[in-house]
Ligand binder design. Structure first.
Ligand code: BGC
Length: 745
């Protein structure tokens, strides 16, 4: 059915157009025949299509049509590669077209505020730039296939505990600098078809009825023109939500919400224009509906999933170059995860994979001698002593033992948060015992978020963090272990020494309905580098099978608030590899406390042995700006900025300074402003000080200059009243007018 001009829906009777404001079931919008509008299917994502096989009247998370399970966001985050994210988006888009899905719900771009968040596997990183660039690439890829995205969960949905009620209490600077920029980048750069609002409240108001978020920020400031869809069941008050800017309520509630909307219009409490506006937006989604293309290349997409997964895993440690496993190495594989891989997270994003590779089979194909002992069972059943002894015997007979450890699906999922970052105790004991029994030990980790390496890290020779790598993760891990591919992932989240060290620790997951984002902008590595606290592995860390040198760093200002960075990277080792250039900016300029350094640019480059490449990155205004709560906007403070190239957030390998003119901010001045603000004011401060000191008795000027410090925080009104003789009220009024004129001009 060819869609008519979506504007037509507003000509329909109120009840008919209100129908468009909610789903007809769990996974689709209602068709509106009299307007020529077909039903639009919206299903999860993000790392594969989960199109429910049965009817849409129930939730059925585990009954979906087979689709490729690509590496989930936790892995893509570690790739630090927009190309990886875009290729996944493209492939998901293709499969969605094949399966008749016009809108795939993803990507998830919430920031990893705590390693405990049960849904971290669906999010990219603790850093907003990395998250935003990867999320935008995913949307670009998916939407280029004609399949709409749904960027989620807007906003400040950083935990699962009480996710449907909790109020994330976050100050505006923190929202603007940490929790909103990924959404902002994606909306402004890629025009996603939909944005999904979060379940939680933000500063006391449900995200689903948050006018400031859904209308002022999203639409008025960022120019979003698509549909705001609720997270499934996130609408509390349908009329308030519509007023705030929420267009489509999902899933359908048998029309209950729509009836409330109609009643509110009839009662004169809701402007019908708001119904028209949202109905028009939802109707426009019909343009995305196409006939299912009927199939996709299952083998090609599996091969793609394998290729991309190998670019995501992070080699954390590789003492004595134990990896890659040399041909002829006698390898013992230990750990049930080698045969029963953990490759995706639980909950709404769960994909019914077309097939699943396990590392054990792939290692056996690649190496002549591979023995196997499960070591543990995933549900903790079985004779632990016998399993352990079998594993130790295998380790003793091998040159290298590779232990596949990690978290079971029941340990982490959508819907709840973890309470610990530890590996199960039985696995820790097994790793230690294996390391003591065999000559060399490699640990491969599978988990949706970071796990602690304490208690065993120093016992082993190498650690390869796979996180969750999708359906081809097993073969991809084998490719990395054998050296068919060089590891090139970098941590997108810090691995702390202790959970207690993490910045949100004392404020996670909150209490009595509130979670206070007390660490402010000091999230993840921003905290660790600012307070100089040691971690096990910093954000950005990751090794390869080769070494890379950095040189010729040049930073050039290209305007008052922009710069370019150029540097040369050289593969100084003997193997080809991919290297991630990480550019951080550090400054103390401006009136607010800045993190010691912040990621402001990155690029992944391929290098053959001996090859050099010049990499140029542009640092835009936002790379230097902070959110000024007084100005209600981004400000680049005049001053010096150090551009740092990092091997990680904790290790600077080159740096260069640049001085920026920045913004001229004429601060607002009133009689309520402090004495210090008056005297420090860039336009009237000097005049005021001169007049003030001139009015002092001879010789008292120095004393009074000292006194100014003491009374600096006193509001000028009170200062003038109490010490009025020196500054006549008329003069103050005149100076306020001068200051305001300068501010306006
Ligand atoms: C999740 C969303 C998901 C939706 C539909 C919700 O519970 O939070 O991410 O897209 O369900 O399955």
């Amino acid at each position: 059915m060819a869609p008519r001009d979506p504007a037509d829906v507003t000509d329909l009777p109120l009840e008919r157009k209100a129908v468009l404001l909610s789903g007809q079931d769990f996974w689709s919008t209602p068709p509106v025949e009299d307007a020529g509008l077909p039903s639009v299917v919206l299903t999860d994502g993000p790392h594969g299509v989960r199109r429910q096989a049965a009817d849409f009247d129930r939730i059925g998370l585990l009954e979906s049509l087979p689709a490729t399970c690509f590496p989930p966001a936790v892995a893509v985050g570690s790739s630090w590669d927009a190309d990886v994210a875009e290729r996944i988006g493209t492939a998901v888009g293709r499969e969605a077209r094949a399966l008749g899905v016009p809108v795939v719900l993803g990507p998830g771009v919430n920031i990893k505020r705590s390693p405990l968040c049960g849904r971290n596997f669906e999010y990219y990183s603790e850093d907003p730039l990395l998250t935003g660039v990867l999320g935008a690439a995913h949307v670009r890829g998916q939407q280029a296939q004609g399949v709409g995205a749904s960027v989620k969960h807007f906003a400040a949905n950083n935990q699962e505990t009480q996710r449907m009620q909790v109020s994330a209490d976050v100050d505006e600077r923190t929202l603007r600098e940490i929790y909103l920029p990924a959404f902002e980048r994606i909306v402004t750069e890629t025009r996603p078809a939909t944005v999904m609002c979060a379940y939680n409240r933000v500063n006391g108001v449900y995200a689903s009825q948050h006018h400031w978020l859904l209308t002022e920020v999203l639409r008025e400031q960022w120019g979003f023109e698509g549909v705001v869809v609720s997270d499934w069941g996130a609408v509390d008050d349908r009329v308030a939500a519509l007023r705030a800017g929420l267009d489509l309520q999902m899933p359908g509630d048998s029309g209950a919400g729509n009836r409330l909307v109609v009643e509110a219009v009839r009662a004169g409490e809701l402007d019908e224009a708001l119904v028209d506006r949202s109905a028009r937006r939802v109707a426009a989604l019909a343009d995305l509906v196409t006939e299912p293309t009927g199939g996709f290349d299952v083998d090609a997409h599996h091969a793609l999933a394998r290729e991309l997964a190998a670019q995501c895993a992070v080699l954390l440690k590789n003492d004595g170059a134990v990896l890659p496993l040399a041909p002829g190495t006698r390898v013992a594989v230990v750990g049930e995860f080698a045969r029963t891989p953990r490759y995706q997270g639980g909950g709404s994003s769960h994909v019914n994979a077309t097939r699943v590779d396990d590392a054990l089979t792939s290692l056996r194909e690649a190496l002549p001698t591979v023995t196997f002992a499960p070591g543990f069972t995933l549900d903790g059943s079985g004779d632990a002593a016998a399993l352990r002894n079998e594993a130790l015997a295998a380790a003793r007979d091998a040159d290298v033992t590779v232990v596949f450890a990690g978290l079971a699906e029941s340990d982490e999922s959508e819907g709840f948060d973890r309470t610990t970052i530890d590996l199960p105790a039985a696995q820790v004991e097994l790793i230690r015992a294996v390391a003591a029994a065999g000559p060399r030990t490699v640990v491969v980790l599978s988990s949706g978020s970071v796990v602690s390496l304490e208690g065993w890290h120093d016992d082993v020779d190498a650690v390869l963090a796979g996180f969750l790598l999708g359906q081809a993760g097993g073969s991809a891990l084998a490719d990395l272990l054998t050296g068919a591919v060089s590891p090139s992932g970098r941590l997108a989240e810090t691995i702390p020494l202790r959970l207690e060290d993490t910045p949100s620790h004392l404020n996670f997951p909150g209490e009595q309905g509130h979670v206070r984002y007390g660490e402010g902008v000091m999230v993840g590595y921003r905290h660790f580098v600012t307070v100089d606290r040691p971690v096990r592995y910093p954000f950005g860390h990751g090794l390869g099978y080769t070494t890379v040198g950095t040189g010729d760093l040049r930073v050039t200002a290209t305007g008052d608030d922009t710069a370019t960075v150029s540097l040369t990277v050289t593969n100084t080792g003997e193997r080809a590899g991919r290297h991630v250039v990480q550019v951080y900016v550090a400054t103390t300029a401006g009136p607010v406390r800045r993190p010691a350094r912040e990621l402001r640019g990155f690029a992944k480059v391929s290098l053959q042995p001996g090859e050099s490449r010049t990499v140029e990155l542009r640092l835009d205004r936002r790379a230097f700006a902070y959110w000024d709560v007084r100005e209600g906007g981004w400000v680049v403070a005049p001053g010096e900025y150090t551009v740092q190239v990092g091997a990680s957030a904790a290790e600077v390998v080159a740096e260069a300074a640049v001085t920026l003119a920045g913004d001229t901010v004429v601060p607002e001045l009133t009689l309520g402003s402090s004495v210090a603000e008056w005297f420090g004011h860039p336009v009237v401060g000097a005049q005021l000080l001169e007049g003030f000191l001139a009015s002092m008795p001879d010789g008292a000027a120095e004393v009074h200059a000292g006194m100014l410090e003491m009374i600096g925080s006193m509001p000028m009104r009170r200062f003038a009243a109490d010490f009025g003789a020196a500054v006549p009220p008329a003069e103050l009024d005149r100076l306020v007018a001068v200051a305001q004129a300068a501010r306006a001009g």
